[in-house]
Design a protein around this ligand. Structure first.
Ligand SMILES: C[S@@+](CC[C@H](N)C(=O)[O-])C[C@H]1O[C@@H](n2cnc3c(N)ncnc32)[C@H](O)[C@@H]1O
Length: 345
């Protein structure tokens, strides 16, 4: 098997678009490709006039090292699209070739292939489950942050938690499930919030399960280590001081908070393992990537797992409307939760 030039991925990946290379005129937004040293860069560039100033906004979409051969052919793109859809229900529309190149290029290099073509060839000829798993994981979007969509956390603190504490005051037991926990920021944010706002936490029996399809994300989440950029995204300074310890360049969340969350591998599109009836299900920013039928199927399973008086929290742009009519939505101060229509209170 041809080996990739290892020096290629030791080179620092460019961080900016190289805007100076793009000639901009008029107003609007467009995707621009250009070459900079050893990289082909593709950026979304918006430009126009605002408050008498010329505004230029740029988002680097992907960067491909042209010394490696990481362009994808139509046939290989279709193969990856089908594989990813079958295993995770993630939809890759035509036009997402750049996403496949930018996410699988580094994986191919890491796995020792000199081109994407060679990696796909290997997938086709010897269906190694391990490589397939890595491909599917690499194609997932793991974007997350502490206290992401802060209004949801405010709603949880001010409304959901007090209601739950009243509803469950006799058995003092709560079951929570964070169903797409990525690197752990989301479940740890809720765990810190519980620690801060449930003074008698010690006398409650709390089962907090967090899960994801990605083994790599689960390893990171269990370790509870975050780099400075991750820490800077959404974590208030008082919680950093209170619950994190510095280890070299990273911060580790305290054992106390880590112990509150049990991380498990669960692929939402397959049959779910045994889980207790849940008081709260956090299923945020994952269904947005999945196809329509899969969204319906996941919501059907969710409606069976959720306690009749439980709460479902979705991402800001997600809903149950037109997908599952057993839910109704409740909006409060810019955030929304979903509950079963036949609610028992
Ligand atoms: C965009 S992140 C959202 C993370 C977090 N919930 C948040 O809102 O910040 C989506 C996560 O869903 C996971 N994921 C994608 N497909 C999945 C599936 N079929 N089953 C379980 N998790 C999946 C990805 O691995 C990724 O970690």
């Amino acid at each position: 098997m041809p080996r990739a030039d290892r020096s290629s991925y030791r080179m620092r990946r460019p961080r900016s678009c190289g805007e100076c290379l793009a000639t901009l005129s008029g107003e609007g937004s467009r995707t621009v490709s250009f070459r900079s040293k050893n990289w082909v860069l593709k950026s979304q560039i918006g430009f126009g006039a605002k408050d008498s100033k010329y505004i230029h906004r740029c988002r680097l979409k992907y960067a491909v090292d042209i010394r490696t051969n990481m362009a994808i052919t139509k046939g290989d793109f279709n193969y990856i699209r089908d594989l990813v859809r079958e295993r995770s229900a993630l939809v890759l529309e035509p036009g997402k070739e750049y996403l496949v190149e930018s996410r699988l290029g580094p994986l191919a290099t890491k796995e020792g292939f000199s081109s994407l073509r060679h990696m796909v060839e290997s997938l086709r000829s010897s269906p190694s489950n391990e490589l397939r798993r890595k491909v599917v994981e690499a194609m997932a979007t793991n974007e997350t942050s502490f206290f992401r969509e802060i209004r949801t956390f405010e709603m949880f603190k001010k409304t959901i938690l007090p209601e739950l504490l009243t509803l469950r005051r006799s058995d003092r037991s709560l079951n929570l499930w964070c169903a797409a926990s990525s690197g752990g920021q989301e479940p740890y944010s809720f765990a810190m919030l519980l620690r801060e706002h449930l003074p008698s936490l010690g006398s409650w029996n709390i089962k907090f399960i967090a899960s994801d399809i990605s083994q790599e994300m689960l390893v990171r989440a269990r370790a509870g280590r975050f780099n400075q950029v991750e820490i800077n995204r959404g974590l208030p300074a008082n919680l950093l001081v209170k619950y994190f310890e510095k280890h070299g360049a990273t911060w580790q969340i305290s054992q106390d908070i880590r112990c509150m969350v049990e991380f498990r591998e669960i692929n939402l599109i397959h049959g779910w393992p045994f889980l207790p009836v849940m008081d709260v299900i956090f299923m945020r920013n994952v269904m947005i990537y999945l196809d329509l039928e899969m969204k319906k199927s996941i919501l059907r399973k969710t409606s069976r797992l959720l306690s009749p008086d439980g709460y479902l929290l979705l991402g800001g742009s997600e809903t149950t409307t037109n997908l599952d009519d057993s839910f109704e939505s409740v909006s409060l101060d810019g955030a929304t939760y979903f509950r079963l229509k036949k609610r028992i209170t």
